[in-house]
Write a protein that binds this ligand. Structure first.
Ligand code: ADP
Ligand code: MG
Length: 612
């Protein structure tokens, strides 16, 4: 093994560097090549790293006789073509300082060396700017020939007779069908991670996959690729897109109807690379609890973007497992965002039978709602998502629980309601402060401020319990200055403030940078909300004998609930009704005021003096 980095005289001839031993030793050594599928994974990842727009994979005899990957990526110089089989040879290091960062991304310059040592490998490669390509043959770790060749721009690596010199390993290979199915899984997940790349897979000359590049925006491109691979209609999927300064999560989760009997169709990516994590998958299952039968699994593809400083992909030699520095935080956020997408997806359907029971005062458990819904990201396809038509789920009532049309005729004079379509569910606002909705047994009148206070209060409580609340990032972080006393108070509350979604950092002196706010804060209210919540906290702290967390949840609810005398559109009203009935105690505000009044047909009859 070579010591230190080598001097490269002619910069153009080679971009590959050899990692210093220090780093090489730091990186856990491990078996890269387990079976044909792991060779496929390494070669396809290299092709993707090389910027390929098209990747072809060919297998012969389950990968035993041939594994070939052909790409149209950047190609290699003649010097690099030879060098790339050396141990710890990697071009994915630019600067020495990059070493740590690169290492955490999992570039170890080990794959080709390992593969070359256990097979007969032929590499053919050409950079677009070179006239001729280079062919290199390596057998059992030894370079047997290097010569110029004709080759389209890009790289082709053919791995023949895998484990020809390691009979013990060869004996462990399973049937062709099994090896092929692992390889298909591998290509599948890499194709999901890279919808903009064309992929094909041929097994013994037969085409198994043929995936055209998806050139749409990322959400649609991924949905298209999902449909190409699994046949799931975009309408059955819910788009997730949440960002905090630590972690961003985006992708598609399936409506509960789309489920599987096996764990096969769950995909987690970290910074675009597929990973497996029982722990994090569990976070997603958790938010489906009660929505899908025991023993079935939801479909999802979620990409986690996190600064490489916070994640270590080297815990596993083939990078399939990762370690976050805040594993629990990632778990909580995954659970929260998928739960939120699901409660969005179900939309007004959540206002269902149990809500009717609650209204009738007969109890009802109000349980079984996985998320703490709020305004979510609309499904870019319009249909089937939060903003599209909803398919009623078994056990849910559709809009039929709203009263028949004649109620609207007599009551709905609000232009907003009149313009609303029938599926808007006929709900209107009175005096800018009350939401009126006909229900089967009469009329429901909701105090919008009290109701919203309850919703925010419970959601904040949940966030404090989980240690994670949804946060919306500010485009322009603001800096707020506090008095010494307030600053001291604020510092003590910081962990809890962060838990409910304030993304804040203390600066020197007594100022605080606000980068994100709880998702419940309404647009337009961003400015000064942190100081207001703190003021309200002080007021409550003097009046009420409560623990700091309860005070904080109360203060947030009071300051950020929609005020009386403010106009809501029908969608907002329905969403509020929906969210109130997801609460454990929907009838009262956190301070004990009623949130809603019900006027029954019986009461009307009594007040009009009708005798029954
Ligand atoms: P790593 O990917 O960790 O750098 P590998 O052993 O997989 O290590 O590859 C070694 C080097 O060979 C890469 O850094 C890259 O420079 C080069 N290489 C491998 N495959 C390709 C490819 N398909 N196209 C262009 N360069 C490649
Ligand atoms: Mg590689």
């Amino acid at each position: 093994m070579t010591e230190g980095t080598e001097e490269i005289s002619e910069a153009d001839a080679s971009i590959i560097r050899v990692m210093p031993d220090v780093l090489a030793n730091k990186i856990a050594a491990g078996e890269v090549v387990g079976r044909p599928a792991s060779v496929v994974k390494e070669l396809v990842e290299n092709a993707l790293d090389a910027g390929a727009g098209r990747v072809q994979v060919l297998l012969g005899d389950g990968g035993r006789s041939l594994i070939q990957v052909i790409d149209d990526g950047c190609g290699m110089s003649a010097l690099d073509a030879e060098r790339c089989f050396g141990r710890h040879a990697t071009s994915k290091i630019r600067e020495f300082e990059d070493l740590d960062r690169i290492a955490t991304l999992g570039f170890r310059g080990e794959a080709l060396a390992s593969i070359g040592s256990v097979a007969r490998v032929e590499l053919r490669t050409r950079r677009a700017k070179d006239d001729t390509g280079t062919a290199v043959r390596v057998e059992g770790g030894k370079t047997v020939s290097t010569e110029p060749c004709a080759q389209p721009a890009g790289t082709s690596i053919a791995v023949r007779q895998l484990f020809y010199n390691v009979p013990a390993r060869r004996a462990f290979l399973k049937t062709d069908a099994t090896e092929v199915s692992h390889a298909v899984d591998t290509v599948q997940v890499l194709a999901l991670a890279n919808p903009a790349v064309t992929f094909s897979l041929h097994v013994d000359g037969r085409e198994i996959l043929d995936l055209a590049a998806r050139s749409e925006a990322p959400a649609e491109a991924l949905a298209g690729r999902i449909q190409d691979l699994f046949g799931h209609e975009p309408g059955g999927l819910l788009w997730v897109d949440e960002r905090t300064s630590y972690l961003s999560i985006s992708g598609w989760v399936a409506q509960p109807e789309v489920r599987k009997k096996t764990r096969g169709e769950q995909f987690l990516l970290v910074n675009g690379r597929p990973i497996r994590s029982r722990y994090l998958e569990h976070a997603v299952y958790n938010s489906y609890r009660g929505l899908i039968p025991e023993g079935s699994f939801p479909f999802f593809v979620l990409n986690l973007e996190v600064d490489t400083r916070h994640v270590d992909v080297n815990v596993h030699p083939t990078k399939a497992e990762v370690k976050f520095d805040d594993e629990r935080g990632v778990y909580s956020m995954l659970k929260a965002v998928t739960g939120r997408a699901l409660s969005q997806g179900a939309g007004v359907l959540r206002f269902d039978e149990s809500a009717v029971d609650l209204l009738a005062g007969s109890g009802g458990d109000g349980e079984g709602y996985p998320g703490h819904g709020s305004q979510g990201t609309p499904n870019p396809f319009g249909a089937g998502g939060p903003s599209g038509p909803h398919k009623p789920r078994p056990g849910s009532l559709d809009l039929s629980l709203y009263a028949p049309l004649e109620v609207n005729d007599s009551g709905a004079k609000d232009p907003a309601t009149e313009s609303a379509s029938e599926s808007d569910g006929m709900v209107w606002q009175m005096l800018g402060s009350y939401i009126v909705a006909p229900i089967r047994s009469g009329l429901l009148i909701m105090d919008q401020h009290a109701a919203h206070e309850r919703v925010i209060f419970e959601r904040a409580g949940k966030a404090l319990e989980d240690g994670f609340g949804l946060s919306q990032q500010l485009l322009f972080p603001t800096v707020v200055e506090f008095s010494p006393a307030d600053f001291a108070l604020l510092e003590g509350l910081l962990p809890d403030l962060r838990a409910i979604g304030f993304d804040v950092a203390t600066l020197s002196g007594r100022s605080v940078m606000v980068r994100g706010l709880p998702a419940d804060i309404r647009a337009g209210d961003e400015h000064g909300v942190l100081s207001e919540v703190l003021e309200q906290y002080k007021v409550f702290a003097q009046r009420l004998q409560l623990k700091p967390r309860a005070l904080l949840a109360r203060a947030l609810a009071r300051r950020s609930a929609v005020p009386r005398d403010s106009r809501l559109d029908p969608k907002e009203m329905r969403s509020l009704i929906d969210q109130l009935f997801q609460c454990a105690e929907p009838y009262t505000s956190p301070s004990g005021q009623p949130t809603l009044i019900r006027i029954t047909g019986d009461e009307l009859a009594r007040r009009f003096g009708h005798r029954s």
